[in-house]
Design a protein around this ligand. Structure first.
Ligand code: S3P
Length: 183
């Protein structure tokens, strides 16, 4: 096989799953760089996520998101926290599928509790949030190599379990297997 670049570790899942917090902990543990996709979008555009949605709409946000994701994936090996909607954009699926992707999963009520009132443009009503959660779960499941239920564990514990899973995969750089779970 050609010397393909080593996969990044991507954290996917709904808003409120703790992707950024857990990602920071994990990167620190591994000694890897951490990147947050929303932060990369904001740094490139100069406006907040909420302002991009309000001024240009979701479609434009998704274009910026795909561009920022491609730039991060082309960079040095990192732990990358994706925004909850990034895996739902069809163009992002192939690049994401080539990485080490961990799905941080939790009950929608737990997630809603964390994001209600946060100002996220797509966390406005419990009904709409639940519908997004239902729509996206099969997408996350399809892309993820591992699912970790995070309803009741701390970010540090989640990072510890993900690092352990990476070790079990063969030195934090092995091959794609079936979706496992951390329950
Ligand atoms: C979104 C999730 C947000 C942010 C934007 C849209 C989504 O990121 O990208 O508000 O569609 O789920 P977090 O998942 O980090 O909150």
């Amino acid at each position: 096989m050609c010397a393909a670049s080593k996969p990044h570790l991507l954290l996917i899942g709904m808003m409120g799953a703790g992707k950024s917090t857990i990602g920071r902990c994990l990167a620190e543990r591994l000694g890897w760089t951490f990147a947050d996709l929303d932060e990369a979008i904001v740094a490139a555009d100069g406006r907040s996520v909420a302002r991009i949605f309000a001024e240009d709409g979701e479609e434009r946000f998704r274009l910026l998101e795909s561009a920022a994701l491609a730039a991060l994936l082309a960079g040095p090996r990192s732990v990358i926290a994706l925004g909850g909607g990034a895996p739902a954009t069809p163009e992002n699926r192939a690049p994401v599928a080539g990485q080490w992707t961990v799905w941080l999963d939790a009950a929608w009520e737990v997630l809603w509790e964390r994001v209600a009132g946060s100002g996220r443009p797509l966390a406005v009503s419990p009904g709409g949030f639940r519908a997004l959660w239902e729509e996206r779960r099969p997408i996350y499941q399809d892309l993820a190599r591992w699912r970790l239920a995070v309803d009741a564990i701390s970010p540090a514990e989640a990072a510890r379990r993900i690092a352990g899973w990476m070790d079990g995969q063969g030195g934090r750089g092995g091959r794609h297997g079936r979706l496992g779970t951390g329950d």
